[in-house]
Write a protein that binds this ligand. Structure first.
Ligand SMILES: [Zn+2]
Ligand SMILES: [Zn+2]
Length: 183
């Protein structure tokens, strides 16, 4: 009697242990399966911009074993962050190239930043400063080298003004003197 009770207890414990082990394996497989599907979903979100395609990739990732392998074979090679970084790099490179090689707007030949005229097609590129003759960009409002505002004529000092006035006076008197001869 006692032996048979022990026996049935023993077998009960055994079958319980077995079923716990079986449950454990099932739970483990389920975790692995969901883990793969989740990894595929996260990877797809990093690489694919289209929400529907991400959903499709996730469904594919949920197919046990084969799904994730097929996804890895056909996923985009670059992540979206990589693509964005490359685009920014390319834009910076293009800007740098555009800045380093100034070109004539008419014939597109290379010119230097201080050329007044294109040496190939003679297009006027810049105006010289009226005071120091430095080449000025079209948008500049004042000369950065001598601080003369753009559009102001060369400053005349007192001696020059004096000489100019006396020269003008001499011409005027000469004209007056010549007038009777012409008349
Ligand atoms: Zn030119
Ligand atoms: Zn100047």
């Amino acid at each position: 009697m006692l032996a048979s009770v022990f026996g049935s207890v023993h077998s009960t414990i055994h079958s319980t242990a077995f079923s716990i082990a079986e449950d454990g394996v099932i739970v483990f497989l389920a975790v692995v399966w969901l883990g793969f599907a989740y990894r595929v979903h996260r990877d797809a979100r990093r690489r694919i911009d289209d929400g529907r395609l991400v959903g499709f990739a996730t469904l594919l990732g949920m197919v046990p074993l084969i799904g994730p392998s097929v996804y890895v074979l056909f996923r985009p090679p670059e992540t979206l962050a990589d693509v964005r970084a490359r685009e920014i790099e390319m834009r910076a490179l293009r800007t740098r190239l555009a800045q380093s090689e100034p070109r004539c707007p008419v014939c597109l030949s290379e010119v230097e930043n201080d050329y007044l005229v294109c040496p190939v097609c003679t297009t006027r590129l810049r105006e010289p400063c009226t005071n120091c003759d430095a080449p000025l960009e079209a948008l500049w409002q004042t000369c950065p080298y001598c601080a003369t505002p753009v559009g102001v004529t060369r400053s005349i000092d007192a001696a020059d003004l004096d000489a100019a006035l006396s020269a003008e006076a001499a011409i005027a008197t000469g004209e007056i003197a010549q007038q009777p001869l012409q008349g």
